[in-house]
Design a protein around this ligand. Sequence first.
Ligand SMILES: Nc1nc2c(ncn2[C@@H]2O[C@H](COP(=O)(O)OP(=O)(O)O)[C@@H](O)[C@H]2O)c(=O)[nH]1
Ligand SMILES: [Mg+2]
Length: 351
Amino acid sequence: MKVGIVGFAGSGKTTVFNTLTGLQAEVGYGSKDKANLGIIKVPDGRIDRLGELYEPKKLVFAEISFIDIAGPEGERAGSEQGLDARIVQHMREADALVHVLRAFESPLLSSPADPVRDLAGFEEELILTDLVQIEKRIERLKKERDSQRERDLMDRCHAHLTSELPLRTLEFTVEERTTVAGFRFLSLKPLLLLLNVDEDGIARGVPAATSELAAARSLDILAMCGRAEMDISQLTPDEQAEFLSDLGISEPARDRFVQAAYRLLNLISFLTAGPDECRAWPIPAGTTAHRAAGTIHTDIEKRFIKANVVRFEDLVELGSIPKAKEAGKLRIEGKEYVVQDGDVIEFQHNA
Ligand SMILES: Nc1nc2c(ncn2[C@@H]2O[C@H](COP(=O)(O)OP(=O)(O)O)[C@@H](O)[C@H]2O)c(=O)[nH]1
Ligand SMILES: [Mg+2]
C-alpha cells in the first residue's frame, strides 16, 4: 500500500516524510519532477511478543510505503489552473492521502499560517481535478451507445462535485464502487489530515476552527511538530528514548501516525508464528480466509483445505498452538471465514 503525502509547498511534507521513514530527503520545497519514496515497518507489539514465544529466525512486520509529492504553491491555490499534471499522476497512484497542513509561521512564505484556508483550498483543487476528468468522460459517453448506466453514475458524481463536495462523501453501491475505482479520483481517496505545528504549538493541540472543519468533513486529524519529530527520528534508538522522556512524550509521533494510516486504509493484520518467522500480514478488513491464504502464496489459496485459527491473546496466554487446542481455543475455519485482526493462522493445504 502506498500513502501519498500531499499539501501546499512549504507545509512540511518532506519534513514529515523524513520523520516517518527516517530518511534524509532535502527539505525546503523540492522539485515537482522528483517524488521521494520510502518504506516503513508498521510497529506491532504482537509480533515482538510472538518473537519471545517462538524465538524465530526472523520477525517480519507489515509495511507501508510513503511517497512525498511536491505540492502546488499556496499563492496559486484556487486559481483556475488546477493541479500540475505530474502532481496529479503521483496522487492517482496512492491508495490514500495525507494532507499536511501548515500551522507554523514560515520565513519561506509570505502568507500567515491558516490551516482552515489550506484545507478548504486543497480540497477544492482535488474536486476541480476530478470535475475536469468527469466532464471529459461524460463527453465521451455521449458518443457511445449502451452507456446510460455509467452516464447516470457520472452525472451524479458531477452534481456532487459541483456542489463542492468530495466524492468520498458520496454513497455508492458495490457495483458503482467498482466502476468509480477505475478512475482513481483524487477526492475519493481516504484522507488523513496532519496538522504540522511549531515547537511550542504541540501543547496547544488542534485549534478549534480546524478541528471543527475536519469533523464537519468526517476527517481524522493528528497534530505533530514535524521539525522536532524529524530531529528525533534521526537519532539512535537509545538517544530517541532519552530525548522523548526529557520532553515528556510517551511515543514518537511516527508510531501514532503509522497506526492512524493503517486504520485509514481499512487494513487489519493476521499473524503467522513458527520457528522460521513470526509475521504480520496486512489485508483489507473483510477478507476471507481463502483470499488471506493467497497473500502468503497463490498455491496455498488454490489448494486451500482449512485454516486453524487461534486468537493472539489466547496463544500468548496458553503458550503454544497444541496447548490452545487442548484448551478448546483453536478453531477450524473454512474458506468463507472472515479473518479478524489478531488471528494467528496456520493454513492447511495440499500444495
Ligand atoms: N517551525 C517549524 N518549521 C517547520 C516545521 N516543519 C517544517 N518546517 C520548515 O518549513 C520549511 C519547509 O519544509 P518542507 O518539509 O521542505 O516542506 P514541503 O515543501 O511541504 O516539503 C523548512 O524550512 C522546514 O524546516 C515545523 O514543524 N515547525
Ligand atoms: Mg518537499
